[in-house]
Design a binder for this molecule. Sequence first.
Ligand code: C2E
Ligand code: MG
Ligand code: MG
Length: 557
Amino acid sequence: MNIIAGEDQGELTTKSYKVSAGRDVIAGSIVIVAGLMFVSTGGTMLSSSIASLSGHTGGPDNLLVSAFLLNIALILFGWRRYKDLSNEVTERKAAEERANSLAATDPLTGFLNRRAIAEKAAEMISTAERKNKSIAFLMLDLDNFKTVNDVHGHSAGDLVLKEVASRIAKVIPPNSLLARLGGDEFACAFTFDADQPEIVDRIADDLIEAIASPILENGNHLVVTTSIGLSRFDFETSGIDLLMRSADIAMYSAKKQGRNRYCWFDESMEQELQVRNFLESGMRAGIPKGEFVPYYEKQIDLATGTLTGFEMLARWESPSQGLISPEVFIPIAEETGMIGDLSLSVMRQSFLDAKSWDPSLTISINISPIQLLDPWLAQKIVKLLVETGYPPNRLEIEITESSLFENLSLAQSIVGSLKNQGIKIALDDFGTGYSSLAHLRALPFDRIKIDRSFVTSILDNQESKAIVKAITGLGESLGMPITAEGIEDKDIETELRLIGCSKGQGFYYGRPLSIEQNRKILAERNLLPAPTEQLAPKTENPAVAANPIDQEIRKAG
Ligand code: C2E
Ligand code: MG
Ligand code: MG
């Protein structure tokens, strides 16, 4: 298995050898010259000593003796220097070889690193071309590695990475390139016969199976799965960069299709990526321009039918694409780190708007799991409340269970700070994901929101009904009232009231409305007591702003 970079030395190495070799030559020359002088002075001195012993002269000349001794000293000095230098060169050569190998290798797994696999795969391409073979490039990303790290600690995480590396090495063919690209991302490349791509499929299947089998760590059976992207190099496509990028795109597609699977790259994925990049750059420009705006969905007291407040749902009023759903832009905002700015921007608009509503009305805000990794989140929200003058006791923050996996203690501290200000906390989309009792007790939730997938199907699916009943019972015993979302008709509402849900929301009470549309409704119901002075211009797109009904139709579509 070729996992270590080759013997090629860098430019620096070559230079330092040249310098050392130069010094070797000088030290060697000193020894040689001193040797020659030794022979000549030694010879003269010897003959004069012999002459003196035989009584022909008065003994060797003092100058000659001094020159002779100096020669001996020079030889000793030169020899010592020569030895020192050759030791130094040997040590330096070993150190440079070590540094080169470290620079190319991932220390944890012994695999190549990202830079080294790109170089080695480029070499593989030229060999494969000569042998008329194709190359498969596999990009692997573990699906749930972060949870292992968070729940079982970093040493367990390291053990998992090492075990995964050894399983990959066992499955893939000899002479493959293996790399750990960083974190939980691995790559491998190998040659195969171009007309037998099924071999690559089989290897990908084997990898998925091998990685998914439990790893024993400290008495725990840890299970991680992997998503794999595959691309192939057939010489009509160009370059290692494209090969790696294609495998990467295919890997994201495998993730999107549900993880624990592999996916071959195809052109449509590239298009999808282009759309995503287009949206991302539009978002970067649109957030500071105020293109992301709050919409409101009514929340109703199911027992009395009164309006209690609204859930704020962000919308993107894109000047070029019209109204865009949060299901499209929130994941991009999360991946790119824009979520914090986006969220604060819509929150600000919504606080400025909602502070003039009737004081009985509350507002619920969705907070992404990524935001709960920001230690300053609570301070940012409180600062916004102070700046806008919106009362904290009329604010509810909705967080999902998945937020609690990333960093529970940080989430607890953020939630603690928010609760100290009088802000309420709701657990959103309960029933999906883990639905764990431990999570319900980990944070002082004020309310549970049942996911709309159970609510919309409550009349035709006994399981959904049982789940809604169970969650409502759980909420009752923990002192957490229930909001049911996704109420689409009167019959669902009646059923939920009978089960005991306290609040409800859904299309039955109307679609989410823009600030202006919502203010109209509030005014009709006398729920806008204070004169409004605070609304900033909301959109730069006159077409969108001028035609709210159009917006609603587009959104509904
Ligand atoms: P969510 O918090 O669970 O919001 C409820 C979603 O269900 C909303 O979709 C709402 O329009 C939709 N919905 C409400 N009633 C019904 C119904 O009766 N039937 C059906 N089929 N759907 C209904 P929306 O507005 O597309 O939001 C989707 C998700 O995007 C939200 O789910 C929330 O997780 C996220 N989101 C929205 N705004 C923000 C935001 O400002 N920040 C963050 N982080 N996430 C947001
Ligand atoms: Mg919500
Ligand atoms: Mg929800």
